[in-house]
Design a protein around this ligand. Structure first.
Ligand SMILES: *[C@@H]1O[C@H](CO)[C@@H](O)[C@H](O)[C@H]1NC(C)=O
Ligand SMILES: *[C@@H]1O[C@H](CO)[C@@H](O)[C@H](O)[C@H]1NC(C)=O
Ligand SMILES: *[C@@H]1O[C@H](CO)[C@@H](O)[C@H](O)[C@H]1NC(C)=O
Length: 236
């Protein structure tokens, strides 16, 4: 969470723009139908109390953001309401080796579950993009994070929003969306699903200083295809 928190906060200090629709964070909010996103994972560190989202990509691997790394992470599968958590699973955190906290690059991490997930109707994996697959611009983000950009207001139940990719802030290793709807604090690490495939990982917010509009940056998963493949193969 640190990048998300820090960059958002920094930019807010410099651009307290009135009039932006900030009443709803993730995700200008619709509650997800409970358990309709069975790949979605709640991530919690019981020492620091930091939370993130993530998604189950194999029975033994969760994908999330590297800035979500903490020393005592646990993952919770099949969650709708975080006030009613199942038993957590400890993980081995494998952040991308080039991730450097304040830069926002390479913000991707794999969590190797100490005990493989038992799949059922509430717990399912989601497949990653194929190499070279085009990214549709109709996307969806989801999480348990803040419902307002500027106030601590996590949602106990999973929420989601439709978002459209924009081009002017994309880079070879990131994709982005803008507007008063979208991920906020606590939504880091969650997937941006475009079409039916996760193509992004929630990384951080910036505010466009000329317009006051929020922009959310997501790690572009396909850029890390080789690292993901090597890391997951190496740990079989
Ligand atoms: C996870 O598994 C590793 C090795 O398989 C073990 O050393 C470690 O103690 C486990 N961690 C927890 C928190 O159970
Ligand atoms: C997203 O769009 C779909 C298709 O238009 C719609 O059915 C769904 O309710 C929308 N979801 C949200 C959270 O607005
Ligand atoms: C910020 O807004 C201006 C004015 O609409 C636009 O030209 C610029 O591309 C935006 N910057 C980003 C990073 O989206």
């Amino acid at each position: 969470m640190s990048i998300f928190w820090f960059i958002t906060t920094l930019l807010l200090l410099h651009s307290c723009t009135p009039g932006v629709g900030m009443d709803h964070g993730i995700v200008n909010g619709k509650k997800s139908i409970p358990h309709s996103r069975p790949y979605m994972v709640y991530i919690y560190d019981k020492q620091t109390h930091k939370t993130c989202g993530g998604f189950l990509i194999r029975e033994d691997f969760v994908m999330t953001a590297a800035h979500c790394k903490q020393d005592n992470l646990m993952v919770y599968l099949g969650v709708d309401d975080t006030e009613d958590l199942p038993k957590g699973i400890p993980v081995l955190a494998i952040p991308h080796p080039d991730f450097a906290n304040m830069k926002g690059y390479d913000d991707i991490m794999l969590l190797k579950l100490n005990k493989s997930a038992t799949l059922n109707k509430n717990v399912k994996t989601i497949g990653l993009p194929k190499k070279g697959e085009a990214i549709p611009s109709n996307c969806m983000a989801m999480g348990w994070g803040w419902q307002e950009y500027t106030h601590m207001s996590p949602s106990s139940v999973l929420k989601e929003a439709n978002l459209t990719l924009i081009q002017n802030c994309a880079t070879p290793h990131t994709i982005c969306t803008e507007g008063g709807t979208g991920p906020a604090q606590g939504d880091s690490g969650g997937p941006l699903i475009c079409g039916n495939v996760p193509h992004g990982i929630v990384s951080y917010n910036i505010v466009n200083k000329s317009t006051g509009v929020y922009i959310t940056m997501y790690t572009k998963i396909s850029h890390y295809y080789q690292w993901i493949h090597d890391t997951m193969r190496g740990s079989l």
